[in-house]
Design a protein around this ligand. Structure first.
Ligand code: UDP
Length: 457
């Protein structure tokens, strides 16, 4: 009743893990909720709020909680473990404070939609009698593996060279997430991803940023256990169904994009001629890998637009930018969606962060998959063998993808024997992505169902 008087159906508080790849899909989902009459408030950490560039016209309210490191966030903490435990203790307290504050301001919250990486948020939701909804930003396949580890059904370290789980193709150990195949490598992150499942049985809803056709079998398997729905892809509406006016960007950038440099450069390049290269917001390449990739790109003799974050640029070979200035442009951050939707772009060499994969899928761009860590090796396997919209650039025994391999993979995707099949599949996924989120599509119906229960609650 109070909500209706305020002009909205319900008030959702959305809590992403403080990373670009988690904020983007959760912010985008918030905009979808607003378009369906729900008020949405997104809670960032204070540190993220200090460093971000945000869209002042966004229909989503922004509030803050604290991760205990208000100046520098993760980089201020002495270790991953210290960061994560402080995020939990200070985060839970300041989240509770925020829920109280919104109530005092006359904007009481009905539902908390929290990132799977933050399972403690469910306890806070329950403490206030709110609906608790977990939102996963990584694929269902990857989470199914973590689930089996958390329930001790898949013991680690892996005993066999392959992994067989319900709803999944047979995976080589190296195709499982790095926190599983190399389970001792990052204990803090390993705990984070596996722990997502510690209290999932108590969550009221389980939402996935993907769509049914993309991971049908594993989604159906998981949906038998929880009230699970797909609500994606959470790519801005203007690239898909165009039902949300002016929605062409996520709206929060942790890095400042070199937009005009990228778009001006792309402007006069022939259709399908450019290789776009990006490893997302986190991946750090070794110097040797950077060098191999650089000379590999040069070897393709094609145009390339390469995102090398400012902190990574010192690893580029000394004379690389000058030597390739006729063919290449290196920027510190790009407006990725605008770039991927530009007709000059012919393929995307990606680390396979799930947002990048979903964006390429939604925009029909063929991929060269060069996974780095976390869920990326599994995503890369799916890109090549399940979704069949790209190929994997395989590393040598030292774990380095060599320049010849980069060159060969780019050629293969852009003009090789498989190029046509890959392009046809990319087009198919683009159509299916749009269908899923457009009026009456699977994800659209799921969002409507979700909103309808919020109104009743
Ligand atoms: N991104 C961007 N500009 C860039 C590189 C990435 O806007 O130059 C965006 C990209 O569109 C995606 C996100 O940053 O939405 C990265 O998320 P992803 O899951 O692909 O990778 P992560 O950064 O989490 O490793």
């Amino acid at each position: 009743m109070v909500n209706e008087e305020m002009g909205y159906k319900a008030h959702a508080l959305i809590l992403p893990y403080p990373l670009q790849g988690h904020i983007n899909p959760m912010l985008q989902f918030s905009k979808r909720l607003v378009s369906k009459g729900v008020k949405a408030t997104l809670a960032n950490t204070i540190a993220i709020n200090k460093s971000m560039h945000s869209d002042p016209t966004s229909p989503v309210d922004i509030e803050t909680i604290s991760d205990g490191f208000d100046e520098g966030g993760f980089s201020q903490a002495e270790s991953t473990e210290v960061y994560l435990s402080t995020l939990e203790s200070v985060g839970a307290q300041t989240l509770a404070d925020l829920i109280k504050k919104l109530k005092d301001l006359g904007r009481p919250v009905n539902v908390l939609i929290y990132d799977g990486f933050l399972p403690w948020a469910l306890d806070v939701a329950k403490q206030f009698g709110l609906l608790g909804v977990v939102f996963f930003t990584q694929p269902c396949t990857v989470n199914n593996i973590y689930y089996h580890v958390q329930r001790s059904i898949l013991p680690l370290p892996l005993a066999e060279p392959t992994v067989s789980l319900p709803g999944l193709p047979l995976l080589q150990a190296s195709e499982t997430p790095s926190f599983v195949s190399d389970s001792g490598s990052y204990p803090g992150f390993h705990h984070l991803v596996v722990n997502q499942f510690r209290n999932i049985d108590e969550a009221d809803w389980v939402l996935y940023n993907n769509f049914h056709k993309l991971e049908e079998e594993v989604l159906d398997w998981m949906a038998k256990r929880w009230k699970l729905r797909t609500i994606g892809p959470t790519v801005p509406s203007m690239y898909l169904d165009k039902r949300i006016e002016d929605d062409k960007d996520y709206g929060i950038n942790l890095f400042k994009p070199d937009s005009s440099a990228c778009m001006n450069w792309l402007h006069d390049k022939p259709s399908g001629s450019v290789v776009y290269v990006s490893f997302g917001s986190l991946a750090e390449l070794g110097v040797e890998q950077m060098e191999e990739l650089a000379w590999g790109l040069k070897g393709t003799k094609r145009y390339f637009l390469w995102v090398v974050r400012a902190a990574e640029q010192s690893k580029l070979p000394g004379n690389f930018i000058e030597e390739t200035s006729e063919k290449g442009l290196v920027v510190a951050w790009s407006p990725q969606l605008e770039v991927l939707s530009h007709e000059a772009v012919g393929c995307f060499l990606t680390h396979c962060g799930f947002n990048s994969v979903l964006e390429a899928l939604s925009l029909g761009v063929p991929l060269v998959a060069m996974p780095h860590w976390s869920d990326q090796p599994t995503n890369a396997k799916y890109v090549e063998d399940v979704w069949k919209m790209g190929i994997r650039a395989r590393p040598d025994e030292k774990g380095i993808v060599r320049r010849e391999v980069v060159d060969l993979c780019v050629r293969e995707v852009m003009e090789g024997a498989k190029a046509k099949e890959i392009k046809d599949n990319a087009r198919k996924w683009k159509k299916l992505s749009k269908e899923a989120i457009d009026e009456g599509g699977t994800s659209d119906r799921n969002i409507d169902e979700f909103v309808a229960t919020l109104v009743k609650s």
